[in-house]
Design a protein around this ligand. Structure first.
Ligand code: ZN
Length: 491
């Protein structure tokens, strides 16, 4: 299993936060992981949890699950099975990672959790920031064994830290868990919320620099661009990059910025940005070759290496440095999208919503949760919960995720109905259902009971009045559905 931890602020006006610890099953296909996510521990308070105390019950159970496993009934053949569970992967952003590992924070001395780069304190504005430019020789990479030795040295010496390590982390007791390589650098926080947001701020908030441009020009460029169907979230222009969510920043980096920035940035800055774009495009590929990985390494180094000359050394932030470790992490764990914090982002947000509704589920037994997930998979796989057919309804918000139905119910017939989509979009959406050799049935829209009438649009109130009048005039006693040409254009 993979486990993830991050803080979610509950109230805007206070510092109360919840810290959920989620687990996902690594062996599940990616699109099912979130569906079978388990909540294993929860902290609530104004202060961050003490990691060693908070994680102890969780770590104890990982030890028990590794040593003795647990029994569960495989209903497919009525066999009682024993499963042992490993927890090789931890996912957290930089502050949570420092907390879990008992390291210095990333903005402190020796704040990188993957290498012994000490960081350099430089002046930025009215204060100082810690930056991580390329140094020679390259700082040695950390490993679990040396980290434990540093923890011993820190405790024995009474120093605040030794090479950034403050004390033991209880996570080192998790069986087969590598404290350094197992705590994966996350692309969502490091690159999308980190680097992309940082550079948007540099471009928009600086004046008189060769790379600065006005927010209204970015806004105009974004408004002019046509979004592909796959990108559902619309850009909110009011605060530009500062309020964008991780998925918006990712889409900006990968899809929009190569087009938009060509006219906004001088060529040398634009070409430099493309190093990051192309590096992340390689990291987002479904499968990566060794050549892709080598190419990504070079692009990450080129991006980092040119920042001091182009923008100033104060902008070689920890997240820029982290990009190199994200690329190196591919060697151990594969492409970063497969284990990024995107999986847990929605779950954390949902918990925040549930918190207000006092419906928060608090049972925190890993064994129970794993057993329930495995049973659920088997149940879905072998029991026919649906005797007839599943109908995929048009305009379903999660239409793109309906492929899960095919995976869970491989033998159940699926019928997909649509009333307004054109053929191209139909074929795209049908392919998301993973149908095998489907039959297509098309009917003409020219039928006796269909009338086409064009009415000029006016103000919102008048449009609504017109619709009400038409309904009252023609369909007073009928039931029906009002279709809209797109989800974004309606009254
Ligand atoms: Zn490092």
């Amino acid at each position: 299993m993979a486990f993830a931890m991050d803080g979610v602020q509950v109230f805007k006006s206070s510092n109360y936060a919840i810290w959920p610890l989620f687990c996902t099953i690594n062996e599940l296909p990616f699109h099912l992981k979130a569906f079978f996510m388990t909540l294993n521990a929860l902290w609530f308070g104004m202060e961050k949890p003490n990691p060693n105390a908070f994680c102890k019950p969780f770590v104890d159970e990982t030890i028990q699950l590794f040593r003795t496993g647990f029994k569960w009934l495989d209903k497919s053949n009525n066999v009682v099975r024993v499963s042992r569970v490993l927890f090789p992967i931890a996912i957290a952003d930089a502050p949570a990672r420092a907390m879990l590992l008992n390291f210095m924070q990333f903005n402190g001395s020796y704040g990188c959790h993957y290498c012994e780069h000490p960081g350099i304190s430089v002046i930025k504005g009215d204060g100082h920031v810690r930056v991580f430019p390329i140094t020679f020789p390259i700082p040695p990479l950390r490993d679990s064994k040396t980290t434990l030795l540093h923890a011993v040295a820190a405790i024995n010496s009474g120093e605040k830290h030794i090479y950034g390590v403050k004390e033991f982390s209880i996570l080192s007791l998790i069986p087969e868990f590598d404290l350094i390589n197992g705590t994966i650098p996350d692309i969502m926080h490091g690159v999308f919320l980190g680097i992309v947001k940082h550079f948007l701020t540099i471009w928009l908030d600086s004046t008189g620099k060769p790379y600065s441009f006005m927010a209204k020009h970015l806004d105009e460029a974004l408004r002019d661009i046509k979004l592909p169907d796959e990108i559902l979230r619309m850009y909110r222009s009011e605060k530009y990059g500062k309020s964008w969510k991780a998925s918006e920043l990712r889409n900006f980096l990968l899809f929009f910025s190569p087009v938009i920035l060509k006219s906004l940035l001088p060529n040398v800055f634009y070409r430099h940005w493309l190093y990051l774009v192309n590096c992340c495009r390689l990291l987002q590929k479904k499968s990566m070759t060794q050549e892709d990985l080598q190419h990504a390494r070079i692009l990450a180094l080129a991006f980092l290496g040119q920042i001091p000359d182009l923008y100033g050394v104060e902008h070689v932030s920890y997240n820029v440095h982290l990009l190199n470790h994200i690329v190196e992490g591919v060697d151990n764990w594969g492409a970063p999208w497969a284990y990024s914090a995107f999986l847990y982002e929605d779950a954390g947000g949902n918990m925040k919503t549930q918190f207000h509704g006092s419906k928060l589920e608090t049972k925190m037994n890993i064994e129970h949760r794993v057993e329930r997930s495995l049973k659920a998979i088997v149940k879905f796989k072998y029991e026919k919960l649906f005797a007839g057919e599943i109908i995929a309804v048009e305009n379903c918000k999660d239409y793109g995720q309906l492929s899960m139905l095919r995976t869970l119910f491989p033998e159940v017939p699926i019928m997909a109905l649509t009333g307004t989509k054109n053929l191209l979009r139909q074929s795209k959406q049908f392919s998301s259902l993973l149908l095998e050799n489907p039959h297509f049935f098309l009917t003409s829209c020219i039928r006796g009971n269909l009338i086409l009438q064009l009415i000029t649009k006016s103000t919102l109130v008048k449009n609504l009045k017109n619709i009400v009048e038409i309904i009252q005039e023609i369909h007073e006693t009928d039931y029906g559905i009002i279709y809209c040409s797109s989800r974004n254009v309606y009254e």
